[in-house]
Design a protein. Structure first.
Length: 203
């Protein structure tokens, strides 16, 4: 990471995308050339805020799920999820000076994150501790029913991640739901593509 930052600090051309500056703004369709002015960045953030009813944040995951439940009028079981795409190996800690460099380098993304972090935290104040406890209890319920252990799986670009093994003795009425809950995004798409093809063939 140190070498990566040294390279960018001495590189004059703009590299965009997942390996360039401010990749979150890039994914939202903005050009790096638009992000040189702090006032304009704030204007863009306000525009993004008007377009999204909710931005979920990993560090406030339970709060995010409860807000999804409220905004979409879902049952609590519909917001229970298991951790996905967990790394097989942990990442070494980086120094505070390197963290500061990264935040400064991606200042627009940092402002975007801070804005929606504070907004979500404020919105989540309406929830009672019992709301969080109910969510945790339902997650435990489904974990006890579905999960038999963890196993290494392969994701995009042959990257390994920790997935889930289902129990062998799951009650028939829960099996389909358990399979959906442990599916990776690739497996989930394959599952529904197959179902759509079956529906089309029977139409």
């Amino acid at each position: 990471m140190e070498h990566y930052m040294e390279f960018f600090e001495n590189y004059t051309s703009i590299i965009q995308g997942a390996y360039g500056k401010n990749p979150n703004f890039f994914d939202l369709g903005f050009d790096e050339k638009q992000l040189s002015n702090k006032h304009y960045i704030r204007k863009l953030i306000r525009r993004i805020d008007q377009q999204f009813d909710l931005v979920m944040i990993t560090e406030l995951w339970e709060e995010s799920l409860l807000l999804v439940q409220k905004k979409m009028c879902l049952s609590i079981d519909e917001i229970v999820v298991f951790d996905a795409n967990v790394r097989v190996k942990s990442i070494p800690e980086i120094s505070e000076s390197l963290k500061d460099k990264i935040l400064q380098f991606n200042d627009a993304d940092h402002q975007l994150y801070q804005y929606f972090y504070q907004k979500l935290k404020e919105e989540a104040k309406e929830f009672h501790p019992s709301d969080f406890e109910s969510l945790r209890q339902r997650k435990k319920f489904w974990t006890d029913i579905c999960i038999g252990g963890r196993e290494h799986k392969i994701s995009y670009s042959n990257r390994k991640y920790l997935g889930y093994m289902l129990k062998n003795d799951i009650d028939h009425k829960y099996r389909d739901e358990c399979e959906r809950m442990v599916a990776s995004e690739i497996e989930f798409v394959d599952m529904y593509t197959e179902k759509m093809n079956e529906d089309a063939a029977n139409y």
